[in-house]
Design a protein around this ligand. Sequence first.
Ligand code: DX5
Ligand code: ZN
Length: 223
Amino acid sequence: MGFFRELGDRVAGAPSILAADFANLAEEVRRAEAGGAELVHFDVMDNHFVPNLTVGPAVAASLVRATDLPVDAHLQVMRPDSLIPAFIEAGVTSISVQPEVTMHLHRTIAAIQAAGCEAGCALNPATPPEVLEWVLPHLDYVLVMSVNPGFGGQAFIPEMADKVRRLRKMTDLPIQVDGGISAETAPLMVEAGARVLVAGSAVYRGDPAIEMREIIEAGKRAL
Ligand code: DX5
Ligand code: ZN
């Protein structure tokens, strides 16, 4: 089983640690958990696929030990295949890769799942959902990026709600949304069919427990 396979038709919140204080990650996750977060969104960036650089498997392993929440690795890197074994070893429970840079997507998904992890694909704003057509039956979730990957705090791209709507017609898989998600934008995405709300700056700009709860509640009201 796993977080995404067991989600059902519920709205769940996932804090993106990109906006957290990296010197206090465990505490930052606990604060969001107090506001109802059910999953930790762990952004991995390599300064090649995106212009930013974040954290890798060693930090993921420490965080996995420090939290009871499942940790979801979002790999925004050029060569995900060579990093996947180390993230599996670190104990993350799900991994998403970007199809724009994953040469043998079907094989990569199988490798993630063979290790007992759930596998997802993350779509850049310019990437059509149809690229996933032939792997949808093998996936555990789809992530729709509602900003261009690389940085927190960017403006939400509203047309991404239409992409979620189109994906919803293609599949029953859980749809996660990431980028510019707040209590204002979450309802649009839930109404379109998203169920997992990733939020970074909107959670950590204030009290993470209060902000996370507001985002989840706003999403739930749109169900
Ligand atoms: C962007 C990351 C996001 C980011 C979202 O590349 O994938 O997870 O943290 O940040 P906000 O919620 O601030 O848009
Ligand atoms: Zn992300």
